[in-house]
Design a binder for this molecule. Structure first.
Ligand code: IYR
Length: 237
């Protein structure tokens, strides 16, 4: 992108209302069938499929169009093993006292613990880094804007793309995640953001019995969210 505003015509294909009506039904059903998976089959798939999901994720809108993300794909068994060992080392500390009791209690229905075998079993690990600083075309340090929002949106598109491809993933956040930058030899200006194991679910894969919030709980219309008296008391507190 040059330094001036030189707009070009938008390319936008208008769909028929009939098609949109049909899509509005399919869309939710399709995304509702997505689940985070922690039991993967070791079966691999072509790397190009992952590249397609990453390219799709990289279409995300971003602050000042800086696209402040970098995806590292790992399929090397030795690197996956190093990542599993380092992640489990951190998780042992987290589950063994670093996470307060209320957090552990919140995680109980999810069934997670410090053991992360899927980090070696899944055919690919995709590590998403946030570029806290960019590099200009002249090779100089460049400020990035709304980095967390931008990378979060790219992560969402990636998760949706993986699902639409017919694969499964997990938004894994070993904490702290700095070991990923060291193990993958990424520059200091890149901050590990999320780790996605990607593959097919294992046969017999089980997932937590989660219920999602109803639409009415996550969407208000105009000002109908709260009765006016509770809005007042909220702004006072
Ligand atoms: N990172 C840990 C703990 C964990 C935290 C949250 I919040 C989760 O939704 C799930 C797990 C782990 O991966 O086990």
């Amino acid at each position: 992108m040059s330094g001036e505003y030189r707009p070009v015509p938008l390319s936008f294909e208008r769909k028929s209302p009939q098609e949109m009506e049909a899509l509005s039904k399919q869309l939710e059903a399709d995304l509702a069938s997505r689940r985070s998976v922690r039991e993967f089959s070791p079966e691999s798939f072509p790397r190009e499929w992952l590249d397609c999901a990453i390219a799709a994720a990289s279409t995300a809108p971003s602050g000042a169009h800086r696209q402040p993300w970098h995806f590292v794909v790992v399929d090397d068994p030795e690197i996956k093993r190093e990542i599993r060992i380092a992640a489990e080392r951190e998780e042992e500390r987290s589950y063994g006292g670093r996470m307060p009791e209320d957090w552990l209690e919140a995680l109980r229905p999810i069934g997670t613990d410090e053991s992360k075998p899927y980090l070696e079993i899944a055919p690919y690990l995709v590590i998403l880094f946030a570029e806290t600083q960019g590099v200009s075309s002249a090779g100089e340090k460049q400020k990035n804007y709304y980095v967390t929002e931008s990378v979060g949106i790219a992560a969402g598109l990636f998760i949706g793309a993986i699902h639409r491809l017919g694969l499964a993933t997990l938004t894994h956040t070993p904490s702290p995640m700095k070991f990923l930058r060291d193990l993958l030899q990424r520059p200091v200006r890149e901050k590990p953001f999320l780790l996605f194991p990607v593959g097919y679910p294992a046969s017999g894969c089980r997932v937590p019995d989660l219920k999602r919030k109803e639409l009415e709980a996550v969407r208000s219309f105009n000002r109908d969210g709260l009765p006016s008296d509770s809005r007042e008391s909220q702004s006072e507190s």
